[in-house]
Design a protein around this ligand. Structure first.
Ligand SMILES: [Zn+2]
Length: 217
């Protein structure tokens, strides 16, 4: 009889060991499920520290049309990581990044190109913009009071005054643009000569162009 009980105990012990192992297995494999660098993700799922002013989700833009159903900032995961690192640097200096545009479906790029067929301001959809690849952001900075700093021109100002090479600007504007550029470059982005607001993730230049639209809930 006692031999029989011992066997039962042995089986229970074995069974619970298996369950524990099975649970460990599941836990381990979940922990290993890292997000791939090139997966498109929503910035707000990774940080709440950005200011949103998504112009193409309103009609306050050069298209004079609301072309996004909702204001979301989708980017490839590696772009999100670099942007959060840049924002952390800005926060230490009393600023936060304000977003105007992030990933942009290729169909929207075509609409933009129809209105402004000038590669200094809008990328030719045949080549595709880095926005279409999930590696570009259009941004500015806000100060501690949530006020946007003076960058000299509004976003999407298609003129020489928006260029990094334009020098007839106040010292304040120059220093704001310089700060934006310095921190973005430190965090893996390239600036774009004709637009102070546009930054490309250096490792995102060759990713695939996408036309996927995000879901709005
Ligand atoms: Zn841009």
């Amino acid at each position: 009889m006692s031999k029989y009980i011992n066997s039962i105990f042995f089986l229970i012990a074995l069974f619970s060991g298996l369950v524990a192992n099975a649970q460990n297995e599941v836990y381990t494999s979940e922990a290993k499920q890292a997000i791939a660098d090139t997966v498109f993700v929503n910035l707000k799922d990774f940080s709440q520290d950005f200011i949103y002013d998504m112009k193409y989700a309103t009609d306050d833009n050069f298209l004079k049309a609301k072309v996004y159903d909702c204001a979301e900032c989708f980017l490839r995961y590696k772009t999100v990581q670099a942007l959060i690192a840049a924002n952390n640097d800005f926060k230490k200096k009393g600023y936060k990044i304000k977003l105007y545009d992030c990933y942009r479906p290729l169909s929207i790029q075509k609409k933009m190109w129809e209105i402004v067929s000038n590669p200094e301001y809008v990328a030719d959809p045949k080549k595709g913009s880095i926005h279409n690849r999930g590696g570009a952001v259009d941004i500015s900075l806000v100060d501690k009071n949530g006020k946007e700093v003076d960058m000299g021109t509004p976003f999407d100002f298609f003129g020489i005054q928006a260029s990094h090479n334009y020098t007839k600007l106040s010292n304040e504007v120059k220093s704001n643009r310089k700060l934006l550029k310095k921190v973005m470059i430190k965090n893996g982005f390239n600036s774009f000569d004709s637009e102070w607001w546009h930054y490309n993730l250096k490792t995102g230049l060759k990713d695939k162009v996408s036309n996927q639209k995000w879901n709005c809930e």
